[in-house]
Design a binder for this molecule. Structure first.
Ligand SMILES: Cc1cc2nc3c(=O)[nH]c(=O)nc-3n(C[C@H](O)[C@H](O)[C@H](O)COP(=O)(O)OP(=O)(O)OC[C@H]3O[C@@H](n4cnc5c(N)ncnc54)[C@H](O)[C@@H]3O)c2cc1C
Length: 819
């Protein structure tokens, strides 16, 4: 227990004195918040931080994550000058090597994307890799990449240096002070109780590492993480190992190496990890390790000897088995918890905490000070998970896989395999019997494609044309030429009700909400910067009742956004109805004829135009039918009470039997929507992109009398004659070439952007992609018309045609004639 007096009040209290808590304290204090207190139950860095290997690699699959770590490297290099305490930062560079051609493809793709993000990177041969790392065996290697800006830090020194910096700016750091309770009254944080007294505060930041989940649960806050064991060894001195030896990653062998006192640190991320402490972390787990586990380590040791044969004869000085917290998707958890205002979280760092601490601490501090994230943090936003993700048994089974994801092949469309199935549509068994191959999103099992006569029955991963290409083509063509049924039950469904519901939504949405009952509006919710917080369809069901249909990944985030921006005095509530209704989308030119067989409702263009919603009878069920289309064809999204879903599905399949109706999955849906140029939130759309850049100004009503959020920013931006950034559609000219998203776009040989999502366009006969293209002098029509465009497919450049609007039947879904 801390004997020094603790302050009576603080503007913010940070719980946890690991590298993350100290970074948040440093950045909060640097931003001018002097009255900040950090509480650590033991000593600084005593939890997980002290035994980290200290690798700092910049390259991540998401642009914003790479940006955070780039900032970390700059901070670690300069912090000593500011604080006088060394961070152990050594800019030794890093190498990643490939044992297979597919891994080399991954490295080339990563290099292209890194270059686009301004990270210094070079694709090198196996021999060149050998020059940089002379003690490694090269005979099985295909090549590698070299990142000169990467390095390593000393985790304990770094933590102390951040803490010193925080103190210099006025923060108070108290060790041996354990938080026992967070006092909440009327859903507001009032105080933090510790074993040394109580501190009044309205803001807390939970940086308690693997303790964070239990602490969160005490206040009903879900922080889905689970500990797993993570191991490395430190060898005796090895000849040829110099202090400036770069960090080496050999992902095909699941291993990494760095130099330490003339020997090697060798650790890794095995595919089948070992969860720890399902029943809770022992008391006093301070500067503690777990017993050596050579059986678990064997796969790593075996691979390490292949890479560095000298290891077979080297002694091991120390075995480190330290537990660390892992999350369900291997990204950390950042942001304000949706369950409790002013409860911030920075935890679950999946063995990336040292590399991420600088950037993550800065991003979280800015979020706290400004009340909103200052950049796109969706990949790590705590709101990407829901309460059900916090189930301890589910977490336990999932983290076995998560740890290994660091070095697993990042195949296009890769699905996680563990802890499934979790959420199932009522049609799950029926669709499985019909050959459905499932993927998962937000816990939902969703059909990717149906394995019919053509195509592989199993999920196969490749960068080339996959086995399921033809099966998906069949579904795609049915949606364009006859009809296809998509089970889109995973859509988020939020019911906003009350006499102020319209006013609330009008302030939140960029489109006009005060539309006649029965209209549906495609629009976006924007932030103050004019960027997309979500894109959604709002169905006006009654004067005072709206159904918001949003992406499968977003219901928690959108619900939180709506709640946060609903004034306390407003008569409006929002309820998540996702689990109450299924969504069956019947799409394609024959969809009207199919529905007509089952309903007495008038489905003509005059009675049921595009963007309208009606309650109709359908067989024995009453359903909401929304005339909208993500695939760009005549079609209806049917919103069906969960328990009526099987009946409605059977009726539809019977009615569609002689209309060419087929079951279809998300791979076809993706190809259809990209071909049509429809944007998706989290891919093309995000908090840093405004509707003008997105090409969605039609979904914004600048003339409506309501000052909606983001309007001021959009007015300031105006509607520029040219935009420096723009979403552009590309169609690859070689019909065999496969794009998957993440590829670099080149104009006249110069990189100008990145493909955000891509799939095969079976109607256009080639891969189609939606890319974010940038050009200081403007991405004008002339710029697009005059240039020669190429997409970099892992080092092979393939020609592509740029389109501002889709070349495929641009208004098809609106104007299909009555039949
Ligand atoms: C073997 C191993 C190797 C690693 N190698 C690397 C690497 O090379 N590169 C990299 O980037 N990352 C690496 N990591 C990961 C890195 O160590 C972690 O991501 C990072 O240390 C997490 O920091 P943290 O601050 O979130 O957690 P911690 O360091 O665990 O800090 C949380 C703190 O909260 C305190 N606390 C908990 N409850 C309370 C309470 N009620 N009151 C007060 N205090 C409380 C704890 O005592 C603890 O000190 C490695 C991890 C392991 C296990």
């Amino acid at each position: 227990m801390n004997q020094s007096t603790i302050p009576a009040h603080a503007r913010a209290v940070i719980i946890g004195g690991g590298v993350i808590g100290c970074s948040v304290a440093y950045h909060l204090a640097k931003l001018g918040w002097r009255d900040v207190v950090l509480l650590e139950q033991g000593q600084l860095s005593c939890g997980t931080t002290w035994h980290a290997a200290g690798l700092v690699g910049q390259l991540r699959s998401q642009v914003s994550m790479t940006g955070l770590i780039r900032y970390s490297t700059e901070l670690y290099a300069n912090l000593e000058t500011e604080t006088g305490l060394a961070t152990g930062w050594q800019n030794c560079g890093s190498l990643a090597v490939a044992r297979t051609d597919d891994r080399m493809t991954v490295l080339r793709r990563m290099a292209a994307s890194a270059r686009a993000q301004g990270v210094d990177v070079e694709v090198i041969s196996a021999a060149e890799a050998g020059d940089k790392w002379p003690i490694m065996a090269l005979d099985d290697l295909k090549g590698g990449i070299w990142l000169p800006g990467d390095g390593k830090a000393n985790p304990t020194d770094l933590t102390q240096s951040l803490a010193k910096g925080a103190r210099n700016y006025g923060a108070r750091i108290l060790e041996r002070t354990k938080v026992t309770e967070i006092v909440v009254e009327n859903r507001r944080i009032k105080a933090v109780t510790t074993d040394a007294g109580t501190i009044k505060t309205e803001i807390i930041v939970n940086c308690a590492g693997q303790w964070a989940r239990t602490l969160g649960l005490r206040n009903g806050v879900n922080i889905p993480l689970h500990s797993a064991e993570h191991m490395y060894v430190v060898t005796e001195k090895i000849e040829g190992v110099q202090p400036d030896l770069p960090v080496l990653r050999d992902p095909d062998g699941y291993i990494y190496f760095k130099e330490e006192v003339g020997g090697l640190v060798m650790g890794g991320f095995e595919p089948d990890a070992k969860p720890w402490a399902r029943d809770g972390i022992p008391e006093d787990f301070e500067f503690a390790l777990l017993p050596d586990d050579w059986d678990q380590f064997e796969i790593l040791m075996h691979n390490a000897i292949i890479r560095v044969p000298q290891l077979a004869d080297s002694g091991v000085r120390k075995f480190y088995n330290g537990p660390e917290s892992f999350t369900p998707d291997n990204n950390f958890l950042l942001g304000e918890a949706p369950e409790l205002q002013n409860y911030f979280v920075g935890a679950g760092f999946n063995s990336m905490g040292i590399a991420s601490a600088g950037g993550a601490g800065k991003a979280l501090a800015e979020w706290i000070v400004t009340g909103a994230p200052t950049l796109d943090l969706w990949p790590v936003d705590i709101r990407r998970f829901a309460g059900f993700n916090n189930n301890p048994n589910w977490l336990h089974d999932r983290v076995k896989e998560t740890l290994g994801l660091h070095y697993a092949m990042p195949w296009p469309n890769r699905e996680l395999e563990t802890a499934r199935p979790l959420r199932r549509s009522p049609l799950y068994d029926r669709l499985a019997q019909k050959g459905a191959r499932f993927g998962s999103k937000m816990g939902w099992e969703r059909v990717n494609w149906f394995a019919g006569q053509c195509g592989s029955a199993e999920m196969s991963y490749t960068f080339q044309r996959p086995d399921w290409h033809e099966a998906v083509g069949r579904e795609h063509r049915a949606a364009r030429e006859t009809a296809a049924l998509f089970d889109q039950t995973s859509f988020g469904k939020l019911l906003v009700q009350g006499k102020d519901a319209c006013a609330v939504l009008d302030r939140l949405c960029a489109g006009g909400m005060d539309v006649p009952v029965g209209r549906s509006v495609y629009t976006g919710m924007l932030n103050e910067r004019g960027g997309y917080e979500s894109d959604l369809t709002v169905l006006r069901l009654a004067e005072d009742r709206f159904l918001v249909i949003t992406g499968s990944a977003q219901p928690v985030r959108d619900l939180d956004w709506i709640n946060r921006h609903t004034p306390e005095a407003a008569h409006a509530t929002v309820t998540d109805m996702t689990s109450a209704w299924s969504v069956l989308a019947v799409m394609g030119p024959n969809s009207r004829r199919i529905l007509k067989k089952l309903t007495g409702a008038n489905l003509t263009n005059a009675a049921f135009p595009f963007a309208s919603v009606r309650e109709i009878d359908l067989g024995y069920a009453n359903v909401l039918a929304n005339r909208m289309s993500y695939v760009g064809e005549l079609g209806w999204e049917l919103i069906v009470p969960m328990e009526m879903t099987v009946g409605v599905y059977e009726d539809l399949m019977r009615a569609g039997a002689d209309e060419g109706l087929v079951d279809a999955g998300y791979y076809a849906l993706e190809g259809l929507r990209i071909e049509k140029g429809h944007r998706a939130w989290g891919r093309e759309l995000g908090p840093d992109l405004n509707p003008f850049e997105a090409g969605l100004s039609f979904a914004v009503d600048m003339n409506k009398p309501v000052q909606f959020i983001g309007r001021a920013a959009l007015s300031e931006i105006g509607r520029p004659r040219f935009l420096k950034r723009r979403i552009v559609q590309f169609v690859l000219t070689d019909p065999q070439a496969m794009a998957w998203g993440g590829e670099a776009v080149l104009r006249n040989g110069v990189e100008i952007g990145e493909v955000r999502s891509a799939a095969y366009g079976h109607t256009l006969g080639g891969s189609v992609g939606l890319a974010l293209v940038q050009q200081e002098t403007g991405v004008t029509d002339e710029f697009l018309a005059d240039g020669t465009f190429e997409i970099d497919l892992a080092g092979t450049r393939v020609q592509a045609i740029a389109h501002r609007r889709t070349p495929y039947d641009p208004r098809s879904e609106r104007v299909k004639q009555d039949d």
